[in-house]
Each structure stands twice: as C-alpha cells, then as structure tokens.
Design a protein around this ligand. Structure first.
Ligand code: AVJ
Length: 326
C-alpha cells in the first residue's frame, strides 16, 4: 500500500486507468494522472517557463479585453460565471474583477474534480476580489451532467479557458461542449480558450523546455504510479518525447523506455498481479494537446450547438479566446 494518504477511490481510479492504458496497444496513460500534488506544482512551474507561451498569452488577452468580453456576454443583464476545470482559477480573477466592476457583485461557480484546488480557488478569490461569492462544485464535467443553479434574472457565462479543451480528441471535445450546451439557456454564453497552430519549433519548445520541467512533469506520472500502486517502473530509463502530429494537429507527449523492462502491477492495485512488458524504444503515450485554427474552433463550437460571436487574439496570433452564444 501507498505510504502517503491517498483517498481509496482516487487510487482505484488510478489503478483502473493504469491497467487499461498499459495493457492497450500502443500503451497510453491519461493526462489527468499528471495532476497529483507534485505534478500540479510542476504544471504551475511550466506556466512560468519562457517557452510555455500559453498561460501568459491567454492572460494578456484577458487583461486587455476582460471588460469587453463581459459586456458582450452580459448584453445588458447581470452575469453568473461558471468555470469548467477551474483548478486554482488564477486567470479567472481577471474576469471576476471585471464582473465586479460592471455589476458590483458576482456569483462564481467553479467546477473541478479536485476539491483541494477548488478550496484554494475559493480562498484566493474571496480574499482578493471582494464582491465575488464562490460556490464550488466537485464534479467530473467530462462524464457527469453539470448541475447549474443560477440566480434568476442572470445570464450564465461559462468559462472553459486555459486550452483545457486541447486535451480532448475532437470527438470527446464535442461531447464535453454538448454536455455543457444542454445545461445552458438561451442567451447564455461560453468563453473558450484555445491554443493555435503555429510554427513547429515554437510548439515543440513549449513542450520540451530547456530546463527539463516538462520532462519532469511527464515522468512524474510514473513516480505517481510507483508510489500509489506499487509498480516498479525504472523511471530513469524513460525519456520524455514531445512530437508534433501535423495530421491530427496536436502535440503528443510520450515516455520512451530506453531499455526493455518488465513492470509489475501488484495485486493490491489490480485484482490479480499483472506484468507489463516494454521493449527497448517502446513508448507510453501520455498526452495530446490539440492546436486549433480559427476554422476548427468555429467548427467545434458549431457542432456542439454554439454560435461563435467574437474572437480575441494576442498580436502574434499564438492563442485565441472565443465567445459563443447558445
Ligand atoms: C493544461 C492541457 C492546457 O496542453 O499545454 C503543459 C498541459 N502539458 N505542458 C497543455 C501541459 C505539458 C496543458 N494543458
């Protein structure tokens, strides 16, 4: 058993995911596994790397256009903000502050699977931005229907920012947005943050930084499995690989085993102990990060029943923030 206190249901989900992904061909592990405590911390570090332009670029767009975005979404009414995959909601503060400027107070409903991230978000936001009331909701918005309860006479602005949608295949992204769409009412809006297709060296550098932080983030998934499931991955025998898949328009992250190795998943994690064989040079696919064009953003939104109304970019067209109505 893990020596660290980990909720049994989380360990169970990790075990299921690991067994399913590692017995598949090719081997995969799902990106939500990145975000244990160490991984969440590494991700925070990634967002500050010189090569990782996404976070600071989206922040610059929101800083420049928050008032305009809010005005468009509100269209003369009061807004309630909800956020999918809110995490610690650091960028959301820009929009919440704009909402408070506009209407004095605002209700903010962050939805995330991580209760600790939501607690942190609530504390940060309630102390930093007076006028915001936070009602967190612990839920997996990818599988459960959202439970939105908005005060009467307000419009909902749903936030799905940070390029979180980029982790999903076009099919799954469609399903996530569809699920959201069914919970919204006429004249509600969605603000979607998407990373854009750009020159390949810039894309690759963002996922293979000079400091090795992204490599550590990628490998941490194996550290987590070793700790929580008792697997025996030889982590120093795995190389971080980031590649651009032009056909699918996505960055892929893989972990490549430099040697042949046999990994044991002990019986406390699996129903019976399992062994996983990796050949020298074999990879485990850990993440897709889809990159969009204005056309593919519009197509995705429309396929899920939204109508895109306006898009804001940074001056270099690295990132886009799109407002869409129901
Ligand atoms: C949190 C999914 C937006 O795809 O850029 C960062 C995760 N992976 N570096 C992304 C990530 C490697 C990130 N998202």
């Amino acid at each position: 058993m893990s020596s660290l206190a980990t909720a049994p249901e989380i360990t169970q989900a990790v075990a299921c995911e690991a067994i399913q992904g590692l017995t598949a061909t090719p081997k995969t592990l799902s990106p939500w596994l990145f975000y244990d405590e160490a991984g969440s911390h590494l991700f925070e570090q990634i967002t500050e790397l010189p090569e990782y332009y996404l976070t600071r670029t989206e922040r610059s767009i929101l800083t420049a256009h928050a008032d305009e975005i809010l005005a468009q979404a509100a269209a003369g009414r009061r807004l309630t903000l909800i956020e999918l995959g809110a995490g610690t909601a650091t960028k959301t503060g820009l929009l919440l502050a704009a909402a408070v400027r506009r209407q004095g107070t605002v209700l903010y409903q962050p939805v995330d699977v991580s209760e600790t991230a939501l607690d942190e978000a609530r504390q940060n936001i309630e102390s930093d931005i007076p006028g915001v009331t936070v009602h967190p909701q612990v839920a997996d918005y990818t599988t459960e229907p959202l439970q939105l309860n908005r005060p009467s006479n307000t419009r909902t602005l749903a936030l799905y920012i940070g390029s979180s949608i980029g982790n999903f295949s076009p099919h799954d992204a469609h399903d996530v947005l569809r699920n959201l769409r069914t919970q919204l009412q006429p004249d509600d809006t969605l603000l979607l943050g998407t990373d854009l297709v750009k020159d390949v060296p810039t894309l690759l550098a963002a996922y293979n930084d000079a400091s090795g932080t992204t490599a550590a983030f990628n490998r941490n998934i194996l550290t987590r499995l070793n700790r929580e499931l008792g697997t025996d991955f030889r982590i120093d025998h795995f190389h971080h690989k980031a590649i651009w898949n032009a056909l699918e328009s996505r960055i892929e992250m893989h972990l490549e085993s430099s040697t042949a190795q046999r990994v044991r998943i002990p019986a406390n994690a699996a129903s019976t102990a399992k062994t996983i064989d990796l050949a020298a040079g074999e990879t485990i696919h850990t993440e897709n990060s889809y990159k969009f064009t204005p056309t593919t953003v519009a197509t995705l939104l429309q396929s899920a029943g939204f109508t895109p109304t306006q898009t804001w970019h940074d001056p270099n067209n690295l990132f886009a923030v799109t407002l869409a109505t129901t």
